[in-house]
Write a protein that binds this ligand. Structure first.
Ligand SMILES: Cc1ncc(COP(=O)(O)O)c(C=O)c1O
Length: 382
């Protein structure tokens, strides 16, 4: 049987990994500044993570959501404590898109309204509702086209208020920091005003922290740089450090009803064990603070090396925007220097390393990067 080829692949086969490093099947070592798309939070194969998952697997790996699972409660407690939302309620699922799908549905159930607002360059996933709210016509199938999804200009308060005036809006969804869209940070004033407007017009504010959450930006959630408390916060990626798990946390004023949401696999024993291990390590190793510190060092060095180039982001979620296409630059980093990086569009390099990256790892990247940038400058001058 052939694979259904929807991905463009690098000709590299990772065979093992540890911390911020990945080795391929020939034994070549790579520095991972991509984290498998912002997924690796506590580092590859962290011993506590491996032992929690294997230990759990030897006891019970799965049972359905028709019985008590104390691991879900432990996860909720630890997440509430570390995120600063101890009074919120947790609903568990399996991926980012699924978390957003449930958030959209919940907003619609609660308000009795049918429209959701999202913003240009936003990305919310590939399931029906989430993809309709994603600003990329190339991934929206005719089946997913709906007037219930309203995509408005990023940071445009007036357009948002005009749409809210229709009285049909159930919620507004926005990323803590836009990832795929190019590391775009919403204005703090915009977020504060969104919170005010959602209250005024009787709808919910949903923060998509799937990429920007779980400590990546130097706060547990990126929106915590602003003075807001969203109604719903969605998460996935770093939550399981590679084990598929997603979730949303929900304001205590929103009351559940039996059967309102549901999932077969969401919150299973193995996924909870993985997610608990992640929170243990984030806390024990103070990784949110490490992301803040290493991130600010990396960002300021990048600004020095590239005067005049926009270097955006917070913590270990950094984008560097070039006036030219960066395929060659990334290929040089990957194939000559063995460093994985991410990308947004054709001109933005996106750095999303594991949150355990320290100054030494950052310097390793910077040395290779300076080497390539000099090459590019020489070529430009010729
Ligand atoms: C901000 C954001 N929301 C949602 C998603 C979708 O998550 P998943 O691929 O786990 O469905 C992503 C994935 O990249 C994302 O970056």
């Amino acid at each position: 049987m052939e694979l259904f080829k929807v991905y463009s692949l690098f000709n590299i086969t990772p065979a093992k990994a540890k911390g911020c490093y990945v080795w391929d099947d020939h034994g070549t070592k790579y520095l991972d500044l991509y984290g498998g798309h912002a997924v690796i939070s506590i580092g590859h194969t962290h011993p506590h993570y491996v032992s929690k998952i294997t230990g759990q697997l030897q006891k019970i790996g799965f049972y359905s959501n028709s019985v008590i699972n104390p691991l879900q409660e432990e996860l909720a407690l630890k997440l509430g404590d570390l995120s600063g939302y101890p009074d919120y309620q947790l609903f568990l699922c399996n991926s980012g898109a699924e978390a957003n799908e449930n958030a959209i549905k919940l907003a619609s159930f609660i308000t009795g309204k049918r429209k959701i607002i999202s913003f240009t360059k936003g990305f919310h996933g590939r399931t029906s509702g989430a993809v309709a709210l994603t600003d990329n016509p190339g991934i929206i199938a005719p089946f997913n086209e709906t007037e219930n999804a309203v995509i408005l200009p990023f940071n445009d308060l007036e357009a948002t208020e005009n749409e809210l005036k229709t009285g049909e809006v159930a919620g507004i969804i926005i990323e803590g920091i836009q990832g795929i869209g190019g590391i775009n940070i919403p204005d703090s004033r915009f977020l504060v005003n969104l919170e005010r407007l959602t209250k005024q017009y009787g709808c919910l504010l949903i923060l998509d922290e799937i990429q920007s959450g779980y400590g990546r930006t130097g706060k547990f959630f990126a929106h915590q740089y602003s003075d807001i408390k969203p109604d719903i916060i969605t998460m996935a990626k770093g939550m399981g450090n590679g084990f598929p798990i997603g979730g949303m946390i929900i304001n205590p004023d929103i009351k559940p009803r039996s059967g309102m949401l549901g999932t077969t696999f969401g919150g299973n024993h193995l996924a909870c064990a993985a997610a608990i291990a992640v929170l243990d390590v984030l806390k024990e190793e103070d990784l949110v603070e490490n992301a803040a510190q290493t991130g600010s060092y990396l960002k300021s060095r990048l600004e020095e090396i590239n005067p005049g180039l926009p270097v955006r982001g917070k913590g270990l979620m950094i984008g560097i925007e070039y006036p030219f296409e960066i395929k060659d630059l990334r290929n040089k980093l990957l194939f000559d220097h063995h460093i994985f990086t991410g990308v947004s569009g054709k001109k933005i390099v996106r750095l999303l390393p594991p949150l355990v990256l320290g100054k030494a790892g950052a310097d390793e990247f910077l040395a290779a990067y300076m080497n390539i940038v000099e090459d590019i400058e020489i070529q430009d001058q010729n």
